[in-house]
Write a protein that binds this ligand. Structure first.
Ligand code: E4P
Length: 221
């Protein structure tokens, strides 16, 4: 399973790549805003950092106000020229699907985002989007079962051998990471804090205390 970092902050992206060997990055307009930089400066800085990392994809979202496929395609093409690592995030609307299909046909890789149902995921597979992003956390924040639809999407993709990779997005807990892996999703994406919490366990800390006591009572040379 691949780990993508959900952030547009360069210090976090560096940490994810250099300390943990993560596999890619996803951003969205909220993350760009949180970086404190203007949109184009933010993505230019990321493009510069990933320039020598060919296998480190970065999803960048188009202006969410764009409604028509032609406008989406125009902006997607412009952004994609900034870095070969960039994958363009397009909302899964009727026009977004049209745009993603054309972009993929023209060699621009896409990530169909804001996916909340298996039927939205199916069309992402059919138009050959590079990625599809179902938002597990948003579902669960609203009291829905966010994991069953992930399982359904994985099952459907396997049945039809879709090549699109599934990014389980808006992940909030280590349990969601593990469930996504159990179901066979390709990728998870979440913030650094969620990952770092998932690397730990209270029993590990407890066990360390036990071993520290033993160490202190042992003659060491
Ligand atoms: C996915 O690609 C999105 O960037 C992201 O996961 C959205 O979720 P958030 O609410 O955690 O920002």
């Amino acid at each position: 399973m691949k780990y993508f970092l959900d952030s547009a902050k360069l210090d976090e992206i560096k940490k994810a790549y250099e300390d943990y060997g993560f596999d890619g990055v996803t951003t969205n307009p909220k993350h760009i805003m949180a970086s404190g930089k203007p949109f184009r400066k933010c993505i230019a800085d990321i493009a510069e950092y990933v320039a020598d990392k060919p296998n480190f994809p970065v999803s960048v979202e188009i202006n969410p106000h764009l409604k028509k496929a032609d406008e989406m395609i125009e902006m997607a093409k412009e952004i994609s020229l900034l870095s070969p690592n960039f994958v363009i995030k397009i909302p899964t609307t009727t026009e977004g699907v049209k745009a993603a299909r054309k972009l993929e046909q023209q060699g621009v890789r896409t990530n169909l985002t804001l996916v909340f149902s298996p039927s939205q995921a199916i069309i992402a597979g059919k138009v050959n989007a590079k990625y599809v992003s179902p938002f597990v956390g948003w579902k669960e924040d609203n009291g829905e079962d966010g994991l069953q639809y992930i399982k359904d999407i994985v099952d459907i993709y396997q049945t039809y051998s879709f090549k699109t990779e599934i990014i389980v997005a808006a992940v909030r807990t280590g349990k969601q990471i593990a469930e996504a892996a159990k179901f066979g999703a390709d990728i998870v994406t979440c913030g650094l804090a969620v990952y770092e919490t998932s690397f730990n366990d209270p029993y590990t800390d407890f066990g360390l205390g036990v071993f520290q006591d033993a160490w202190d009572q042992t003659v060491t040379d």
